[in-house]
Ligand binder design. Sequence first.
Ligand code: HEC
Length: 384
Amino acid sequence: MQGKRIIMVVTLGVAGWLVIPLLARVQQEAGDSLPEGNGKALVSNSCVGCHSMETSLRRGRSREEWVETVNDMVSRGAQILPADAETIIHYLAEHYGVDFVPPPARRIFVWVDHQGNVEPLAAPPRNYNRPSLSPDGQQVAVDIPLDTSDIWIYDIPTGELRRLTYEGNNRSPTWSNDGQWVAFSSDRHQSPEGGRSYRDDHEAYWKRADGSGEAERLTDAEFNHGPQRWTPDGKTLSISEIHPETGRDIWMLPFEGDRTPWLFLKTPALEGGVAFSADGHWLAHTSGETGQREVVVRAFPEAEPAHQVSTGGGIEVVWPLNSKDLFYRNGNKRMAVEITTGPTLTVGTPRVLFEGDFVNSPGSRAYWDATQDGQRFLMLKKVE
Ligand code: HEC
C-alpha cells in the first residue's frame, strides 16, 4: 500500500498544544471550502494549517503524486498520524485528481483609505492581477488569465471593462505618466509550434491605452523582460530582467535616441518592484540582499549604495508622485514612510497605516496602487 510509505511518526508532543490553536483558527477561514467526503476533517486538520488548499492547489494530481506531495508536506512539518495517511491520500486523489481544474479566483477592486476603510468598486468579480492605476486615477489596467492572459482596462466612472490585448499571453501592465500608453510583458512573438510558455520567454511591449494601433515590442533579448515603472519625465521605462545567474536585475529603456537599454543594477540578489521619486533623482526597489526582501532607495541614474527604507521585511512598493510618503507591504500590514528627496535623502521611520486581508503579490511587483496624492489605494479583495 503506497499510503503506508508515509510512516514518519509525528507525535503530538510538547509542541502540540502550540500548534493546535493556530490550526483551529485557520480552519475556520479556509476549511469550509473543502469538498464534502470521508477524510475532509482530517485534511482540514492536517493541511490547512500552513496554507489554504485553494492557494497551493494549482493543479490536480494522480494518487502516486499525492503520496509524494503528502510525504513532502510531512518533511516540511505537517503532522499526520500514520493511521490517517491512507484516508487523507484517498480524499485528495478523489477530489483533487488529475481532472481537477482549480476554480478561477474571484476578486474585486476596492478603494482603501489611510485608516483601512474599504469601498468596493462596481467592476465584476474576476481573477484580476497586478492592477495599475492611470495617472488621473480614473482607469485601472490589469491582467486577467482566461484562455489566454490579457490586459484589460477598467474605466471607473463608466464601469466599463474593456480588453486591450488579443495576441499571446500578456501580463504586468503599467501606465505611462501621460496616461496615453500601457506597457506590459507578452509572449506574443513566440511561434505557436515553439512549445515555449510565457514563463520561458516574454518581452516588454506597449500599446495605446485607448486600444488604437498595434502593440509595439520594446525589448528583444536573451532573457525575460517585463516593464516596471516610468521615470516621472516619461523618458525612461525601468525593466526587470530575469537572469539565470543573478535573478532579477534592473535595466532602463530610454525612449530617446536608438532606445538601447542600459543596465542600472545587477547583483546576485533579487531586485524588483521599482518606483521613482517625483523629482526623478531616486529610485525605490525591493532587494533580497539581506536574505529577506527589504525596500531600499538608491540615487538615479547612478546607482549609488542603497539606503534601507523598510525594517523587518518590505515588498510591493508604491511611491505616488504627489505624496510625501512611500508605501509598501510587510506581511498583511500596509506601511508608510516619509521620504524627503533632494540632493540628499531623508528616510523617516516606517509606520503602520492599516492591516487587512487583501490580495497580496506572490512576487515583489505591487498588487496595489495609489492615487497620485497618496490618499487612496486601489487594492484587490477576494470574494466568494
Ligand atoms: C507545516 C506546514 C505545512 C503543512 C501542514 C502542509 N503544507 Fe503543503 N506546503 C507547505 C510549504 C512550505 C509549501 C511550499 C510553498 C508553497 O508552495 O506555498 C507547500 C506547498 C504545497 C503544495 C503546492 C506545492 C506542490 O508540490 O505543487 C501543495 C499541493 C500542498 N502543499 C498540499 C498540502 C497538503 C495536501 C497538506 C496536508 C497533507 C499540506 N500541504 C500540509 C507547508 C505545509
